[in-house]
Write a protein that binds this ligand. Structure first.
Ligand SMILES: *Cc1c(COP(=O)(O)O)cnc(C)c1O
Length: 369
């Protein structure tokens, strides 16, 4: 789906040098490189604080913990996301409440959020799916009217920008009280293992997040709250420092590839290309089409026979997963999400994808129809 090897080869001298310096310094955990990366990412995002941690799942858990969310608190989120968004709520005893998504952008629908509000609602967790921001202007309005926290799951959208109706632009993850991201190798800003981060402009919340990520420790061996052990390795931090410099150009290359696909599929009546909104840039973590008339799985098979990998993000919504049946949701409760799960197909995309590859993939898709 993504050519990680080609990207490494492009950056090899810089990355190898950075890793070697860590090996010689023996600062494998913590140390000045972590702070440098956090400061550089904060500057890039326009966030006051970046707190690095072990992965994007931990980032969500630490954010929920630091905000003091309690068992039974209702959190409105999407059922059309990677499991981590919801799993971390379940682990803390929070109650995920699902709002259906917009069929064009795949993102949580503000109108559906409104329908799910109750006196127990404490937070909204939008996921900027596939690299495009959810409708943050409307989500922030709902949150303000109802005194709710907004925690943005930005794992697929690091570097995407939301554009408010007054023209103001903000980076994904910097609009709510907190944003979280992942540096898993396939993400837009990625390291060579696991990594994650939390963003916030709130000084006290940032202090609390740092403490929770470090066992709840305040001074050495004095614990103010129950925490976890979640750190970004120094080797991952120096890799990320190299890659952050290229993030915008990588995202632009993804946009170019997406445009090629868009044009290739524009006249195919059985494909719906990814919907765009004027309120957000789209950095194409995934290029995800909808295949109509029940032909998705056959197209997937056809592409497989042409040696083209594809993925289904996601085949079964969270509210219909066995582990989450206890929440009491049934098939039919989220019709748009359920329909999308039957139609979506993600095609290969990465900054290094070549024109020839795009042409071959597009031709193979079209010959199927
Ligand atoms: C990847 C991802 C995560 C989790 O990140 P990890 O680093 O793998 O723990 C969370 N939410 C979404 C939407 C993701 O895509």
């Amino acid at each position: 789906m993504a050519d990680l090897r080609a990207q490494y080869e492009r950056l090899k001298p810089e990355i190898d040098k950075a890793i070697n310096e860590v090996l010689l310094s023996t600062n494998f955990v913590k140390g000045p490189e972590i702070k440098k990366f956090e400061d550089e990412l904060a500057q890039y995002l326009g966030a006051k604080h970046v707190i690095s941690c072990g992965n994007g799942t931990d980032a969500l858990q630490i954010a929920y913990m630091a905000l003091g969310l309690k068992p039974g608190d209702e959190i409105i989120t999407t059922s059309f996301t990677f499991i981590a968004t919801v799993e971390t709520m379940a682990l803390l005893g929070l109650k995920p409440v699902f709002a259906d998504v917009d069929e064009k952008t795949f993102n949580i629908s503000p109108a559906e959020i409104r329908k799910r509000l109750t006196p127990s609602t404490r937070a909204i967790v939008p996921v900027h799916l596939f690299g495009q921001c959810a409708d943050m202007e409307e989500i922030l309005r709902i949150a303000e009217e109802n005194s709710l926290y907004v925690i943005e799951d930005t794992a697929q959208a690091t570097g995407a920008e939301f554009i408010f109706s007054d023209g103001k632009r903000k980076k994904a993850g910097t609009m709510g009280i907190a944003g979280t991201t992942s540096f898993f190798p396939s993400k837009n800003l990625a390291c060579y293992g696991d990594g994650g981060a939390i963003f916030t402009d709130d000084d006290e919340l940032a202090r609390k997040m740092r403490s929770i990520a470090n066992h709840g420790m305040q001074e050495r061996y004095h614990y103010e709250c129950i925490g976890v052990n979640s750190r970004l390795d120094t080797i991952q931090a120096v890799i990320l420092r190299v890659k952050l410099k290229y993030l915008d150009s990588f995202n632009e290359a993804r946009q170019k590839a997406a445009l090629f696909y868009d044009e290739a599929f524009a006249s195919c009546p059985e494909i719906i290309i990814p919907g765009r909104t004027e309120n957000s840039t789209h950095i194409f973590h995934q290029y995800t089409i909808r295949v109509l008339n029940g032909k998705r799985d056959l197209l997937k098979k056809h592409l497989q026979s042409r040696n083209i990998p594809t993925m289904i993000y996601y085949p079964l919504p969270i509210h219909m997963q066995k582990a989450y049946r206890y929440l009491g949701w049934n098939e039919g409760d989220l019709p748009v999400t359920e329909q999308l799960c039957k139609e979506v197909l993600s095609l290969p995309i990465c900054p290094e994808i070549e024109r020839e590859q795009l042409e071959y993939i597009a031709k193979s898709v079209l010959e199927f129809f």
